[in-house]
Design a protein around this ligand. Structure first.
Ligand code: ACO
Length: 398
């Protein structure tokens, strides 16, 4: 921690993962009353990736994306101070998906928590991570957006099921003394619009039961037109606000990476901002709306396509359920691509493998410990053994 010199949170690593299975519009037209023409003209989406293996979850996708990000950052998992997973579809209500990711990565020193702000979640998490770093509370933070919305979609509802896809994107934020990385962020919310995009059951208001499941209340429901209107207004406003906070002008921007929900929302927002379309990154046609994962996935692809250069001024901007919105102004501060260090890569691969052994060892020792020293009960032989051992230790000998 450096109390005197200002610290900045720069993006030092990035990685993405999407499941192998591709679901095209033609595939969907066989499931619900829709067509490729309708989906492409109203949303811009042509295909999306969805999980097909039940072992693939929000956590497993997050781990894959995070490993790639750590490799780019040339960072060992043990150097990570904090893991934040932005998601609307965690593996469980608890434990946090971030804890599952922390364990699978072997990030032994890291704190871990989930962040729920729907599609704005990644930028919320980026902002929180940046504050941890700038305050000196952390040096390296893994920020992950990961979603398995295909398991929350009602595959009989054509209004929603055509929109979403699965995937994960991750970045490593690292402390830097150079002014770069996340320079400003704007977070907003309007809970009065919560009803517009909601999963009604499964929480404390309507715990899952026979009725909630039969009524399909554990599926995502959306008022598409209202969300559309909200999104096209808030995306330009949030972009303008964060550009001001960073001390930039709109004309300074090199690239806007918006939440990939709908091409019409993106085009309308860019037009309102008066920016040329080439200053906006779009990949919604191949992934659909991957919620909190959409912006980090788009960032990874923008870097891979050579659309991001050192010193570039980027705005990441999103909106989602809540209602929430968020924008971040990022100055790209690393060489692209980062220079690989082969030795460290071998070590990192070994540590990723070791993480599985470490996790198994910890689980096993916990089981063995519980078996030997299990709960102390009146008729519990293990309890009696423990009491006897205690007495022996105290020297009574009885
Ligand atoms: N195929 C064919 N017809 C359809 C489909 C479909 N998949 N879905 C809806 N329709 C029909 C509707 O039933 C309606 O028919 P009707 O006029 O007979 O009632 C007609 O198409 C038009 O419906 P609209 O709602 O007006 O269509 P619109 O042009 O608004 O597009 C859409 C709908 C794509 C959902 C749009 O409103 C949208 O993108 N909204 C924003 C969604 C979004 O970004 N959500 C973010 C979620 S982020 C998060 O936090 C998870």
């Amino acid at each position: 921690m450096n109390g005197e010199r200002p610290r900045w949170a720069q993006i030092s690593g990035w990685g993405m993962y999407v499941p192998e299975r591709v679901l095209t519009n033609a595939d969907l037209a066989r499931v619900v009353d829709t067509s490729d023409e309708w989906i492409v003209s109203r949303t811009g989406i042509r295909e999306r990736h969805i999980v097909s293996d039940e072992r693939e979850t929000t956590a497993t996708m997050a781990v894959r994306a995070a490993r790639r990000a750590l490799r780019v950052a040339n960072l060992a998992p043990s150097q990570v101070d904090l893991v934040i997973v932005a998601t609307t579809m965690p593996d469980y209500p608890f434990p946090a998906t971030a804890c599952l990711v922390q364990d699978a990565l072997g990030a032994a020193r890291a704190g871990a928590f989930d962040l729920s702000a729907a599609c704005s979640g990644f930028i919320y998490a980026l902002s929180v991570a940046s504050s941890f770093i700038r305050s000196g509370s952390a040096d390296h933070v893994l920020v992950i957006g990961s979603e398995t919305l295909s398991r929350m979609a009602d595959w009989t509802d054509r209004n929603t099921c055509v929109l979403f896809g699965d995937g994960a994107g991750a970045v490593v934020l690292s402390a830097s003394t150079e002014r770069c990385g996340v320079l400003a962020s704007e977070l907003g919310s309007d809970g009065s619009g919560g009803e517009l995009l909601i999963v009604r059951a499964g929480g404390s208001r309507a715990p899952a039961n026979y009725n909630t499941v039969s009524n399909g209340e554990h599926y995502l429901r959306m008022n598409g037109r209202e969300v559309f209107r909200f999104a096209t207004t808030i995306m330009p406003k949030a972009t303008e606000a964060v550009v001001r906070s960073a001390g930039w002008q709109l004309a300074d921007l090199d690239l806007v990476i918006p939440h990939q929900a709908n091409i019409r929302i993106i085009e309308s927002s860019i037009k309102r901002l008066g920016l040329p379309p080439e200053k906006c990154f779009v990949n919604v046609e191949r992934y659909g709306n991957t919620s909190a994962a959409s912006i980090p996935i788009a960032l990874c692809e923008a870097v891979a396509q050579g659309r991001v250069h050192p010193g570039d001024k980027l705005v990441l901007v999103g909106f989602g359920a809540g209602l929430t919105w968020a924008a971040a102004a990022v100055e790209w501060g690393v060489p692209v691509p980062a220079k690989p260090k082969p030795g460290l890569r071998v070590l990192t691969d070994f540590l990723f493998g070791w993480a599985g052994v470490r996790s198994l060892w910890r689980r096993t020792t916990r089981h063995v410990y519980n078996w030997i020293l299990g709960p102390v009960g009146k008729d519990d032989w293990r309890g009696r053994m423990r009491q006897r051992a205690d007495r022996l230790r105290k020297g009574s000998g009885k």
